[in-house]
Design a protein around this ligand. Structure first.
Ligand SMILES: [Fe+2]
Ligand SMILES: [Fe+2]
Length: 196
């Protein structure tokens, strides 16, 4: 069993890790992290064909939200936030907005992160009353500096993006933007290691 695999660390408990082990792991991190946009794109495509009762499927909704923001002149980072805002629908059935926010957090402004994280509560204004909930749940954030930004997001881009007859730019159109936004993290636990 002394068949050493060159590109893998050898510890069984992390406490046994050596500088050589961590050189191997750190060396593998860069190429893997660079492929993050590919994994995001692949995951977005999982939303295709999944309507969940809505008038359009979840990918179409995400693309239309991004299309509306783009056509309205929003900047690239904002458009990418719009594109990904519901990417958590597959894994975060009970907290989808948090999933998107966590993915975007290292790469976007605090304002855009807050907007994505809270969009579900703000969006609830349009339907919480039909589910026995308080449609004004968002009012708890009335004095928050990102209240207006998030209100605008749901009103102008998220809520209207269920129009099967409306414009939907393809994922390929947004791909270069996504790659640019995800090129370099602004903040990360591993910042020092990534950016020595
Ligand atoms: Fe959402
Ligand atoms: Fe949405």
């Amino acid at each position: 069993m002394e068949d050493i695999i060159e590109n893998q660390a050898r510890f069984t408990h992390m406490a046994q890790g050596t500088p050589e082990d961590w050189q191997i792991i750190a060396g593998a991190f860069g190429p893997f992290a660079q492929q993050l946009p590919d994994r995001i794109l692949a995951h977005l495509q999982l939303l295709q064909g999944d309507c969940g009762g809505f008038p359009v499927d979840r990918l179409t909704h995400c693309l239309q939200t991004a299309t509306l923001a783009y056509r309205d002149g929003k900047d690239e980072e904002y458009v990418v936030c719009a594109l990904l805002h519901d990417i958590g629908d597959t894994l975060g059935s009970y907290n989808h907005a948090d999933v998107a926010a966590v993915l975007l957090e290292p790469f976007v402004s605090e304002e855009n992160h807050w907007m994505v994280k809270h969009h579900a509560i703000f969006q609830g204004y349009y339907f919480f009353q039909y589910l026995g909930m308080d449609r004004n749940l968002r009012e708890q954030f009335r004095d928050h500096p990102c209240y207006g930004r998030t209100l605008e997001f749901v009103e102008r881009y998220d809520a209207p993006a269920f129009d099967a007859g409306g414009e939907v730019l393809p994922l390929a159109f947004f791909e270069p933007m996504l790659r640019r936004v995800f090129a370099q993290p602004r903040k990360s636990l591993y910042q020092q290691a990534v950016d020595p």
